[in-house]
Design a protein around this ligand. Structure first.
Ligand code: ATP
Ligand code: MG
Length: 504
């Protein structure tokens, strides 16, 4: 047995109206990868924020290397050797990569001057390890994609040479390939005796990299298990407090008739995607998958008028549509829930109610009289339907857990009742229990006649939900598969760049 590095005992944390943690314990060994799991709002981030000095517990004790400690500030935890990668990105957008990595601890040369060259050099090494060797450390954070920003956060935490690194959903905005780089780094840290606390909603990741798993539910400690002798089903049932073996099932439709709700013909944006054609009918879920970098998000952003207007034709219910910006597309009945909700779409200082009802208000310009009663009814319905964990609709959204903030953004778009809904990775960062509820909502929406374009990298999700599956590779639709019979293998085959186009 490895020696215990950190032990949390009897941790209690209360926020106004919320008991976030109730007598929680946790014990982590040296060089151990310890996964922390639980549903959205279970208390994972709060517990880690206590360990990293961001929050103070109301009760309880932290034992670090055998001694009782207190971390009044994050800085104190960091100095003691505990680094945390937060669920929300916390880099300074107007500073460069290397400045962010070395902020607060600039390297000096032997004359006592700031050694920029050394910081750039060291940053390059960290970037290289994370598979971003081609990136110039002088690049501004604001010029990076969300996943690149996430990788810089990781590089920063690793560069601190800590004994314990806390990673709060580090992979939720990473591609599969980027995640694999991270896992290699975690292996390396482990070999050096560094302990890693790892939070994720993805069971496959947890089972491939962790030694132990601690389960929290509703702010309470449930159990700690050895990864080697438990399984996914057991962990999930401990998380949700009931067994969840009933898989979501959706009947697939093969035939659709009438004018498509949305049809695109020969859509191209040079360098991003070319000659994209598809038809989305009322009541249909059209899956769009492929390796990340295939151009999926770019394609839908472009259709939606958010970025790079495309060449080619967009038809809405048979009529050519002129979409020049987001307002046009919303006016035509389109809704897009973008990927990377961590950075987009959340108004942190506003209430859950305001965040949810936002587009509804935008939809009716000039209508100053808002039907308040109706609004709160709708908002409350969605809080219930999606099980958004909040003491009430007036809570500021920034106080919700990460996954619950995402559910609120999802609710906003569902409430704006678009006829055509584009969902870009809708279940990233959402716990296993809530996923099924989102699937059910999608199914309900299609029954009401809405057409859904679903982008997802999770093949089981694409296969479970889609009537038809489009596979994109290097900016092209490489083939299409019927949703009732497609297999993961077939999809993977079509995802590989350079493969033959199948009968589309
Ligand atoms: N600063 C705060 N003020 C009020 N309530 C808070 C605050 N921080 C967290 N909470 C509440 O504490 C509970 C636990 O939240 P926490 O962020 O720890 O959940 P989590 O397990 O990390 O969930 P997720 O998987 O969604 O990230 C939630 O109900 C959340 O709304
Ligand atoms: Mg969290």
């Amino acid at each position: 047995m490895s020696e215990t590095v950190i032990e949390l005992k009897g941790i209690k944390k209360e926020f106004p109206g919320v008991l976030a943690l109730d007598k929680v314990q946790l014990k982590v060994g040296k060089g151990e990868v310890h996964a922390l799991v639980g549903e959205n709002g279970a208390g994972k981030s709060t517990l880690m924020n206590i360990l990293s000095g961001t929050y103070q517990p109301n009760e309880g004790e932290i034992l670090y290397k055998g001694a009782s400690v207190r971390f009044p500030e994050p800085r104190d935890a960091q100095d003691a050797g505990i680094a945390m990668i937060h669920q929300e990105l916390s880099l300074s957008p107007s500073l460069s990569i290397y400045e962010n990595i070395f902020v607060g601890r600039l390297l000096k040369n032997r004359f006592g001057l700031t050694d920029i060259a050394a910081m750039i050099r060291d940053s390059s090494v960290f970037l290289e390890e994370l598979g971003m060797g081609t990136l110039d450390p002088k690049t501004l954070i604001s010029d990076l994609s969300v996943s690149q920003q996430q990788l810089v956060e990781i590089a920063k935490a690793v560069s601190l040479n800590s004994d314990i690194i806390i990673m709060d959903e580090p992979t939720s905005s990473l591609t599969r390939k980027e995640s694999l780089y991270l896992f290699k780094i975690i292996e390396g840290l482990k070999a050096k005796g560094v302990s890693v606390l790892f939070i994720s909603h993805r069971m496959d990741e947890i089972f491939s990299i962790s030694d132990k798993i601690t389960v929290l539910r509703d702010g309470r400690y449930i159990d700690t298990l050895d990864t080697g002798i438990t399984n996914e089903k057991e962990i999930v049932s401990l998380m949700v407090g009931r067994s969840l073996d009933k898989q979501f099932h959706r009947e697939k439709k093969k035939e659709f008739s009438g004018n498509p709700l949305l049809e695109v013909k020969d859509l191209s944006v040079p360098g991003l995607f070319e000659n994209v054609n598809f038809k989305l009918y009322s009541g249909m879920i059209l899956g769009l998958t492929g390796l990340v970098g295939a151009g999926r998000s770019e394609l839908v952003q472009s259709i939606f008028g958010a970025d790079n207007l495309p060449d080619g034709e967009i038809l809405i219910q048979g009529d050519p549509a002129q979409i020049k910006n987001v307002k046009d597309s919303v006016g035509l009945g389109l809704g897009l829930i973008p990927e990377g909700r961590k950075t987009q779409g959340i108004f942190r200082e506003m209430s859950v109610r305001e965040n949810i009802s936002m587009t509804v208000l935008q939809k009716e310009p000039g209508q100053f009289l808002i039907d308040r009663a109706r609004e709160s009814e709708d908002v409350e319905e969605y809080i219930r339907k999606l099980r958004i964990k909040t003491p009430g609709p007036e809570q500021k959204i920034k106080f919700l857990s990460g996954g619950n903030q995402q559910k609120a953004i999802l609710a906003r778009w569902l409430l704006s009742s678009p006829r055509i809904l584009i969902l870009d990775e809708p279940t990233h960062g959402i716990d296993v229990g809530a996923k099924a509820e989102i699937y059910q909502l999608m199914e309900d929406l299609t029954r009401e006649g809405i057409g859904i374009l679903l982008i997802s990298s999770e093949l089981p999700e694409i296969i479970t939900m889609s009537d038809e599956i489009l596979v994109m590779s290097e900016g092209r639709i490489n083939g299409s598969l019927p949703g009732d019979s497609a297999s993961q293998d077939e999809i993977m085959q079509l995802s590989i760049p350079g493969k033959e186009r199948s009968k589309a």
